[in-house]
Design a protein around this ligand. Sequence first.
Ligand code: TUI
Length: 314
Amino acid sequence: MIETEICSLLGIKYPVLQGGMAWIADGKLAAAVSNGGGFGIIAAGNAEPDYIREQIHIARSLTDKPFGLNIMLMSPHADAVAALAAEEKLAAVTTGAGNPSKYMQMWKDAGVKVIPVVASVAMAKLMTRLGASALIAEGGESGGHVGELTTMVLVPLVCDATELPVIAAGGIADGRAVAASFMLGACGVQMGTRFLCAEECSVHPVYKEKILKAGDLCTMVTGKRLGHPVRSLRTKFPRAYAQLEYSGAPDEELDKLAGGALRRAVVEGDTENGCFLSGQIAARVDRIQPAAEIVREVIEEAEPVLKGAAKWVK
Ligand code: TUI
């Protein structure tokens, strides 16, 4: 049994959060994770508020356990989705890809716990000062929009910069990585890539197949030149994008190429023009299984690893 501050903070059995994967993490997946004792999260991505509201209601119809909403701060709908989270009085919001300062008071007034993803010590300190309930320290091993630092470096730095509970993310898909996260000072984990292969995850079967087959060098980062680096599987699309990026193509051409690429991967399984966001840890994801089993398995695996760590101390 592993029980931490994150369990009492969020009212969950296991300190495992499901990452807010744009286009992927819907009400059905979030409810399955929450029903399994973890913390399910609906991803707002770039979606319209009406779609998000619908997903919140779907999740509520499937679980009576708490779940959250991830707000992607670069979305053109971020303001409206932020207001929706307060209106719906969600248990918690997580934020990504930016600075959520301007929404924090509104969420706190509505009783919504705020758990921002931070990719730097400065952001960790700012979010602590503004009243976040916990922080997610996400290393650049993760899929999607990535920061500069690795999980191994970022998590201890963030833990030392805050009194808040810290959740580790990026490169975590099994019990060993959960145990390692605790060793780094975290008291919870967030996983995205592993939940892509949950039975209840509705991505196209081709997407799941690609994650299952991925090896150690199967991801790459594109988009650094435009200032939003993104990690995805090394398929035709990101390779072509990288070539254009380094050959000096205009920003507008790159933006045009990227538009819709994630949707093409998630909805159509389009291996030619889709962008399959994935963390490096896809190399260790090799089974499709129920979300609840994933949550329980990683914690059950972590227990003997943590207990066994004492063997090194003489
Ligand atoms: O947000 C993510 N991952 C994402 S967002 C996303 S949406 C998308 N992206 C590309 C194509 C299609 C859809 C996909 N993946 N992770 C959380 C995260 N946040 N990682 C890094 C950060 C971050 C970076 C800078 C957080 C704060 C920050 O602050 C900058 C500032 O404003 O000072």
